[in-house]
Design a protein around this ligand. Structure first.
Ligand code: MTE
Ligand code: MO
Length: 439
């Protein structure tokens, strides 16, 4: 038989019979106990060549409790065949924590710095629209020499760029109880490798006029999300992206195309992007007047606060983990919308002393950066925490400093140092300051 590996379409019209291996047997007792699942049957059947060698990846059979399948000696039956689109091991169940309008990334369950697309946080103001990529259109008009409508295919014709960066909702702060995971505290940030076209390339194509200083970005969802963005960001590093982690954007992330403003508050990265209008003044939309502003002191309100300041979070050990005495690798993520993470400092004595953690390189601009710190815990009750410093010299503030500078203990752009209480029995809890309700 020829090597099917080399054939992209490995499904022959008529499957050739395969000789049954010597002993792909499952004991009668297992059959009777019901522990042998439809999935197992399928893969045994498959091994004798009677059914097409395709196991639907999301077939309900595959979701059988892990213990059932684990009861079968994997060296005694032929395993499942290849599938068209892969999924995680049935033993792994990391999940977004969902509400009606958002879902949070399980930061504490992830490794490295890329968020799997299926776990990228979501924030939808009007739900996820279904947009036919063949009918997708992006209009660019206003203060331009050549108003144009771009199809998705048009966007893909331009020189493409790939970059890794995070998106973070500026409302990414929750507090209020000890039993909180990193996902609950700040799971509204995720990182992907994005591919698309630089907005500056498109700006040149339409001939943005020198007098244009702002542009409106508008989404094609039920919220018709609209934000005013300085044109300078468009020339600097903004992108229109159509791919995420090597495949087309997920619907949740703005399929077929979204604006991506690296390092800026998530809200400005307008999903399902359908219109850009160039102007010489901001448009004063709802999301930048009544929303996405912060009350600072003396009755003043901060508006157009785009940049996400530096932040870090320990992701291990955190609630609900229980640790044991000895060496513990404290792990976490740090990021800054201002540039690269320069340093992450960790304290294991409640903030009296700080030591630089190891950073996983290469450290990227405006990107989640993994840090690690080896800690020899002797069993005393203590508080562990991390603080990020970015290349501009910005130091992540503590909760008290931030709360003192604001009218509220929470709200947009609230990025305090997060503390974890390690009890002498090894239980870990969020050392939770009171927070105001967030919307
Ligand atoms: N069109 C549109 N764009 C949008 C939104 C939306 O509701 N509609 N939500 C915004 C908000 S508040 C955030 S934080 C990010 C979230 O991006 P994500 O869902 O891909 O994580 O998208 C922004 N872009
Ligand atoms: Mo957001």
């Amino acid at each position: 038989m020829e090597d099917k590996e080399t054939m992209p379409d490995a499904l022959p019209a008529k499957p050739e019979p395969v000789k049954q291996p010597e002993s792909p047997r499952i004991s009668r007792r297992l059959w009777l106990s019901g522990a042998v699942t439809a999935a197992t049957v399928m893969l045994v059947r498959q091994s004798v060549g009677k059914v097409a060698p395709v196991v639907p990846s999301a077939a309900p059979e595959v979701m059988t409790p892990a213990t059932d399948l684990a009861a079968v000696d994997p060296t005694k039956v032929i395993g499942a065949g290849p599938s068209g689109y892969g999924t995680t091991s049935l033993f792994e169940k990391p999940e977004r924590l969902t509400s009606l309008t958002s879902s949070r990334t399980p930061l504490q369950n992830l490794y490295g710095s890329i968020t799997p697309s299926g776990l990228h946080f979501e924030r939808h103001h009007g739900g996820i629209p279904v947009i036919d990529p063949d009918k997708y259109e992006l209009l660019i008009h206003g203060m331009v020499d050549r108003p144009l409508v771009f199809s998705l295919a048009d966007l893909k014709k331009f020189p493409s760029v790939t970059r890794t960066c995070f998106i973070e909702c500026s409302g990414n702060y929750r507090s209020g109880k000890a039993e909180m995971t990193p996902q609950e505290i700040c799971g509204l940030t995720s990182q992907s490798e994005w591919t698309g076209v630089l907005l500056s390339t498109i700006f040149k194509e339409v001939g943005v006029q020198p007098a244009a200083t702002w542009f409106l970005a508008e989404g094609g969802d039920a919220a018709v999300m609209t934000r005013s963005i300085p044109v300078s960001k468009g020339w600097e590093d903004a992108m229109i992206v159509y791919a995420q982690n090597g495949e087309a954007l997920r619907p949740e992330q703005g399929y077929p195309a979204r604006l991506l403003l690296p390092g800026w508050e998530g809200n400005t990265s307008v999903k399902w992007l359908r219109r850009i209008k160039l102007s010489d003044a901001p448009f004063m939309t709802r999301e930048e007047t009544s929303k996405y502003t912060e009350k600072v002191k003396d009755g003043k309100i901060r508006q157009f606060s785009f940049v996400m300041d530096a932040r870090s979070i320990i992701t291990f050990p955190t609630y609900p983990v229980k640790v044991q005495k000895g060496w513990i690798e404290i792990r976490g993520l740090a990021w800054s919308g201002r540039g690269k993470i320069e340093r992450v400092e960790v304290s294991v004595d409640g903030g009296q002393s700080w030591t630089a953690a190891e950073l996983q390189g290469p450290v990227l601009d405006k990107a989640h950066t993994v840090f690690r710190y080896l800690w020899n815990w002797k069993g005393e009750e203590t508080r562990i925490m991390s603080r990020a410093v970015d290349e501009t010299g910005y130091v992540q503030p503590d909760y008290e400093t931030l709360a003192a500078a604001r009218e509220s203990k929470g709200g947009y752009h609230f990025n305090p140092i997060t503390k974890w209480l390690v009890k002498n029995n090894g239980e870990v809890f969020h050392d939770s300051p009171k927070s105001d309700d967030l919307s």
